[in-house]
Design a protein around this ligand. Structure first.
Ligand code: GAL
Length: 656
């Protein structure tokens, strides 16, 4: 053991901080040992995790790695859901590590550490909470090819899940020159086919929409086909008219009730028509999950009027509006101070909000805005506390159609809130919105606190975030989607679970880069958000959409699952190893099924009819291959790429 003066100094400093040093600490010297490789000396940029970055010898928040008072001088700090894949190159015989939640969470957080060798789980820590004593995990590796170190969220979301692999070492095989290396999931061609653009007309998007009688109604009929397209409609409810060249339905409903209109589109190649149900009634909004764009995941604080207009134009030019994407939502950072009368003002990035909303509406699209119930937004801008009615009236005056209302600094108002205190700010804004003369979709954002999926409808939310913020990493995507099971009970038409905005295309919170998800991870992402009946809010640079992203976002067969009128989100029906089966019933009597593979190797996943409530021979359609794959009795098994998904429709449906 080589105890250098520097190490002695570090030890002295640590003891001054009243921290004890772990049994594994001399590993710093061992990191250089021929026989052992310290985990943190591998390329940590390949760790994918739900929040922040993995740090060598430091916690995720950059403090000394500390578990229940024990400080470790080697190891890495990560955050659930975390996945670290190591290509062993046949060069390791064993792995060992202490594991636990880092003390920096102050006792909060709960995680499970898992070790997989060549796709099989060989060790796990069981559920560990903040403040628990470290546990020791080991795995024999002789002859093994791949090691995957995972940290999952313990089933309660990823808040405070700061997880340490401490004093973690690979024992190296004698006489093997190769060294283990950090790896990423193999990037294989996406399992999808992209049909050529169909010149014939077709209608897509929601089959039902609603509004409060007397309030502005706007609906762009999503339709594809070689232009020029011309539109027609029969049996429109009183008060609504159609612009035959743009396909924009507008006006104001005169009365409550549901009308089945027939909408039609034609071009030189032919015609298409389908039923659009238009529902008049109070709060008949978001009868299918909202589809559109939000500025945050791409631009964060760099959003402005020009980028919002550019996104509006691109929504139409890219063809995505023709598949049902309608909302253009401005997230945080548009706000300035209030004037002498308390009216909220826009900052220089948004010189004229009414003119901007007129621009968006002029194209047949809708516009959204963002605020918080506390004094400040998450970005530190002026928010709505004690100005709720005034702000709701301002949004209505500007022509806003959607409000994302983000808890943020409301924690300063309601410290340690009970359930009632959590609901309160949302009730207040709901009442304020109801007093305006505009329909405004109400999107609750409070990261799932108090199991919001159990009371979101009660406070009048049209959707509610179920988790913390998403980022474009497998760790984040996996952590979020796998936590959605069981939340489906109260979601349905008019009120939806929201597992956060999309992370395909160029995203980057002010520094856009191509999504770091592999193509198959992106297919899994879109498949799951469709199965979950989640709002589909694109989070990328709309002006730089690449063909793959457009193909992902314009798969009408997948979008039809998301927009299904029954509105019943999927739940997890089976789990076996790294494979998962999620399913939801559809309005036409068929079942939508996702077969997912969370593992780092491709593997077979089976949809068993017994898990899906199906019987007998059933036709199966693969929605990314756009192909009927046959009729099967009892089950359907298919090879699913690593971190990939197959989206199926099973059963013979009736015409809608
Ligand atoms: C977060 C929210 C993000 C984004 C951000 C703006 O709380 O979850 O989606 O809105 O605030 O500051």
């Amino acid at each position: 053991m080589n105890r250098t003066p520097m190490l002695r100094r570090m030890r002295a400093v640590l003891s001054l901080l009243a921290l004890t040093v772990a049994p594994g600490w001399p590993g710093v010297a061992n990191a250089q040992d021929a026989g052992r490789l310290a985990l943190e000396t591998l390329d940590l940029s390949k760790v994918t995790q739900g929040y922040g970055d993995a740090h060598a010898r430091r916690s995720v928040n950059d403090n000394p790695l500390t578990i229940k008072g024990t400080v470790y001088l080697t190891g890495l700090g990560t955050h659930a859901d975390s996945s670290f894949l190591i290509d062993l190159k046949g060069a390791a015989t064993a792995f060992e590590s202490w594991v636990g939640v880092d003390d920096e969470t102050g006792g909060k957080g709960s995680v499970v550490f898992e070790i997989y060798v060549d796709g099989k789980k060989v060790a796990d820590s069981g559920l560990m909470h903040g403040g628990d004593a470290p546990k020791r995990l080991t795995a024999p590796l002789t002859g093994a090819k791949r090691l995957t170190l995972k940290v999952t969220d313990g089933g309660d979301g990823v808040s405070y899940d700061h997880a340490d692999w401490a004093g973690a070492f690979l024992t190296l095989a004698d006489g093997v020159a190769a060294k283990p290396e950090a790896a990423t999931v193999p990037v294989v061609p996406p399992r999808m086919t992209v049909p050529p653009l169909d010149p014939k007309p077709a209608i897509h998007g929601p089959r039902i929409t609603g509004a409060t009688p007397g309030r502005p109604f706007l609906f762009l009929i999503p339709a594809t086909g070689t232009p020029p397209l011309t539109f027609a409609a029969k049996n429109l409810p009183a008060g609504i008219t159609l612009d035959k060249t743009t396909g924009i339905l507008s006006g104001a409903l005169l009365k409550n009730g549901s009308t089945d209109a027939q909408i039609m589109v034609r071009n030189a190649q032919g015609r298409a028509s389908r039923k659009l149900t238009i529902v008049g009634g109070v709060r008949q909004l978001s009868l299918t999950p909202p589809m559109g764009w939000n500025s945050w995941n791409c631009w964060a604080g760099a959003v402005d009027d020009a980028k919002t207009r550019q996104s509006t134009d691109a929504m139409l030019a890219s063809g995505l509006a023709a598949h049902g994407f309608q909302y253009i939502n401005i997230d945080d950072t548009w706000e300035a101070q209030r004037d002498a009368k308390g009216e909220i003002l826009t900052n220089a990035k948004f010189p004229d909000m009414k003119a901007l909303s007129d621009y968006v509406h002029g194209k047949g699209l809708k516009i959204g805005i963002y605020s918080s119930p506390g004094p400040k937004t998450c970005g530190g801008y002026e928010a709505s506390y004690q100005h709720e009615e005034q702000d709701a009236l301002t949004y209505a005056k500007w022509g806003m159609d959607y409000l994302k209302y983000d808890w943020c600094s409301y924690s300063d108002i309601a410290k340690n809130p009970d359930l009632d205190a959590m609901k309160q700010p949302y009730r207040v804004m709901r009442a304020a919105l109801d007093k305006t003369s505009r329909d405004i979709v109400f999107s609750l954002c409070q990261y799932g606190m108090g199991d919001v999926w159990q009371w979101g409808p009660e406070v009048g939310g049209n959707c509610w975030r179920t988790t913390g913020d998403i980022n474009d990493s497998w760790g984040s995507l996996y952590g979020i989607y796998s936590a959605q099971d069981g939340h489906e009970k109260l979601a349905g038409p008019g009120h939806w679970n929201d597992p956060d905005m999309l992370i395909v295309g160029r995203v980057g919170w002010g520094n856009p880069h191509p999504s770091r998800l592999t193509p198959n991870e992106q297919i899994l992402h879109i498949s799951m958000w469709c199965l979950l009946a989640s709002p589909l809010l694109i989070g990328c640079d709309m002006a730089q959409l690449d063909p793959f992203t457009i193909a992902l976002l314009s798969n009408d067969e997948a979008l039809d699952i998301n927009q299904d009128t029954l509105g019943q989100p999927a739940g997890r029906r089976a789990k076996s190893g790294e494979g998962e089966v999620w399913a939801r019933p559809l309005a036409d009597g068929t079942t939508a099924v996702g077969l997912l593979n969370n593992g780092v190797e491709e593997e077979d996943v089976t949809a068993n009819w017994s898990d899906l409530g199906l019987r007998g021979r059933q036709p199966v359609r693969d929605l990314w291959l756009h192909k009927d794959v046959g009729a099967f009795a009892d089950k359907y098994t298919v090879r699913v790429p690593a971190h990939g998904a197959i989206l199926l429709k099973i059963g013979k449906g009736k015409a809608l």
